[in-house]
Design a binder for this molecule. Structure first.
Ligand code: ADQ
Length: 466
C-alpha cells in the first residue's frame, strides 16, 4: 500500500482515470485511461501532489490507495447492486435522459435514489478523508451532484468546485424530478458551479431560486445560510497538442490515405464518431444519408458514410434497443444501396486507439455531428484539431454545446429537420475549396484558442477566487 498523505488538491469523479491491465501471468497494473480531463489536470496534480477519488469500474473492487503518474488514487467501492441502482439506474436511466431533453423517458425509482444518496455520501466521506486543511476539491459531473453539500457539512474549510459535463435542463423538464430540491441543494454546497453553456447556468440559477430557499442575482446565488455560490459557464475543450502531434506523424497520414482506399476511394467520405447513445442523433443522420441515396442525389460510389458507434452502457435497456434499431437501419441501407464490396454505410461497433481514431478523422471530408442534445461534443473539436491541412467540413447540430463556439465555421443543422439535414450534407459535400479553407480557419482559431488546459486553468482560477 502506498503511503498517501493529505492532498491540497482533490479531484472526485465517478471513475478513476486509470484502467486495470492484467498481464498473461495474471499480475495487474494500472494504465492511465485516455481522456482530456486527466491530461488537463495532470500538471496541477503533479505540482501539488493531488489525489483523485473515484470508482475502479469493477463491482466490489476496493484496492488500497495507490499512486501512479504522480497522482494519489483513492478507490471508492461499489457493490454490484449499487452499480445497477446508482450508476446504471439513477445516473444513466433517470438523470441522463432527464437532462438530455427526455429523448427517452426517465425512470423514477425510489430505491435508485436511495442508492444514489448512499454512494454520493461514500464519495464525500472518501474526499473528506484525503483532503488537507483548506484544500481545493473539484467534483465532476451528474453522478455526484450531492457530493458538494455533504462535503461542506463534513469539511467547511474546503474550497469546493463542481462541473457538469452534460446539459442542465430548463424548469419544464427538471421539475419532473421527485428529488429536484435535494439535487439543487446538493450542488449549492459548492463555491463555484460550472456548466458547458450559458443557458445551463441560467437554468440552474433560476431553478435554485424557485425550488430552494436561495435567491439568485445574475450569476450569484445566495443560500439561506448566507453563502455565495458562483454560477458560470466554462465550455470544455480538448488536448489540441495531442492531436496535432498525431497528425504530424507520416504514418498517421499514410493510414488516413489507406482508410480512404479501403472504403472505396469515394469522392466524399462522411464520418460519424459517437458513443452508441440515443442523444447522438445517429439514426437521424443515417436516415438523411439514406434518403439522399434513395433519391439519387448521391450514389454509393460517390459518397460513403463511416459510422463508428462506441459500445456504451450495454446493460441499460434503452441502449440495447438503440443498438438493435441502428443495426437494423444500417443493414437495410446496405441491403438496398450497397453492392458487393461496396456498402453504403461502414458501421463499426468498437473502441479504437487514439491513433486510429485520429487517422479516421483526418480521412473524412465531412464530419457529421448531429446530437439531439449534447453538453459539448468533443469529437467536433477533435475533427477541427486534426485538420491542420485546412481541409474538410463540419456539419454540427445546433443542440451541441460546441455550436456556441463553432457556429461560424460549421454548417449548423437542426437534426430533427431531415430535409434540412439532407440539404446541409449536400452543401458541405459541394463546398468550394476556397470557402472550405476559410471555414476551417475560423473553426481552428476557435478550437486552438481554448484548449483543455485553458479550460482547467480558467475553472480553477475562478474557484480559487470564489
Ligand atoms: P461523451 O458523451 O462521451 O462526453 P464526447 O464529448 O463526444 O461525448 O466525447 C467522447 C470522447 O470519446 C471523444 O474524445 C472521442 O474521441 C472518444 N471516442 C468516441 N468514440 C471512440 C471510439 N470508438 N474509440 C475511442 N475513443 C472514442 C460527455 C458529454 C459531452 C462532453 C464530454 C466532455 O456527453 O457533451 O463534451 O462529456 O465534457
Amino acid at each position: 500500500m502506498a503511503d498517501i498523505g493529505k492532498s491540497s488538491f482533490v479531484v472526485v469523479a465517478n471513475r478513476l482515470p486509470v484502467d486495470r491491465v492484467v498481464s498473461i501471468d495474471g499480475s495487474a497494473t494500472w494504465r492511465r485511461s485516455p481522456g482530456g480531463l486527466v491530461t488537463a489536470l495532470a500538471p496541477v496534480m503533479r505540482s501539488v501532489e493531488g489525489a483523485w477519488v473515484g470508482w475502479t469500474g469493477s463491482p466490489d473492487d476496493a484496492p488500497d490507495p495507490f499512486s501512479t503518474d504522480d497522482m494519489d488514487l483513492v478507490a471508492v467501492p461499489l457493490s454490484a447492486q449499487e452499480v445497477g441502482e446508482y450508476y446504471e439506474g439513477f445516473s444513466n436511466a433517470t438523470l441522463w435522459p432527464l437532462y438530455h431533453d427526455v429523448i427517452v423517458a426517465p425512470e423514477y425509482h425510489r430505491e435508485w435514489w436511495d442508492a444514489y444518496r448512499r454512494v454520493n455520501d461514500r464519495f464525500a466521506h472518501a474526499v473528506a478523508g484525503v483532503a488537507a486543511e483548506e484544500a481545493v476539491v473539484f467534483v465532476q459531473d451528474y453522478q455526484l451532484q450531492l457530493v458538494p453539500a455533504i462535503l461542506r457539512r463534513l469539511r467547511p474549510d474546503l474550497k469546493i468546485g463542481f462541473f457538469l459535463h452534460i446539459p442542465f435542463p430548463p424548469t419544464e423538464l427538471f421539475a419532473q424530478l421527485p428529488w429536484r430540491r435535494q439535487i439543487l441543494e446538493g450542488l449549492l454546497g459548492a463555491d463555484l458551479v460550472g456548466f458547458q453553456r450559458e443557458g445551463a447556468a441560467e437554468n440552474f440559477a433560476s431553478l435554485a431560486e424557485r425550488y430552494t430557499d436561495a435567491t439568485a442575482e445574475s450569476r450569484q446565488v445566495r443560500t439561506a445560510d448566507g453563502r455565495t455560490v458562483h454560477v458560470q459557464s466554462f465550455p470544455i475543450s480538448i488536448d489540441v497538442s495531442e492531436i496535432t502531434d498525431l497528425v504530424s506523424d507520416p504514418d498517421v497520414l499514410a493510414r488516413s490515405d489507406h482508410i480512404r482506399e479501403e472504403v472505396g476511394a469515394p469522392k466524399h467520405m462522411l464520418l460519424g464518431v459517437d458513443r452508441l447513445d440515443y442523444t447522438k442523433g445517429i439514426g437521424h443522420r443515417l436516415k438523411a444519408f439514406g434518403e439522399l441515396l434513395a433519391a439519387g442525389d448521391l450514389t454509393p460510389d460517390e459518397a460513403v458514410m463511416v459510422q463508428v458507434a462506441t459500445p456504451s452502457r450495454e446493460r441499460v435497456e434503452a441502449y440495447q434497443t438503440l443498438r438493435d434499431d441502428i443495426e437494423l437501419q444500417v443493414g437495410r441501407m446496405n441491403g438496398e444501396y450497397g453492392t458487393i464490396g461496396q456498402p453504403a454505410v461502414h458501421y463499426l461497433h468498437s473502441s479504437y486507439e487514439r491513433v486510429e481514431l485520429v487517422s479516421l478523422l483526418r480521412a473524412a471530408d465531412v464530419m457529421v455531428v448531429t446530437p439531439l442534445r449534447d453538453g459539448m461534443n468533443l469529437v467536433a473539436k477533435e475533427y477541427v484539431a486534426a485538420r491542420t491541412d485546412l481541409g474538410g467540413a463540419l456539419v454540427l447540430s445546433e443542440f451541441a454545446g460546441a455550436a456556441d463556439e463553432l457556429g461560424d465555421g460549421a454548417f449548423l443543422v437542426n437534426p430533427h429537420d431531415i430535409d434540412g439535414l439532407k440539404r446541409t450534407l449536400l452543401a458541405a459535400m459541394r463546398l468550394d475549396a476556397a470557402e472550405a479553407t476559410q471555414r476551417m480557419k475560423l473553426l481552428r482559431e476557435r478550437v486552438l484558442s481554448n484548449d483543455i488546459t485553458r479550460w482547467a486553468e480558467s475553472f480553477l482560477t475562478s474557484l480559487r477566487a470564489a
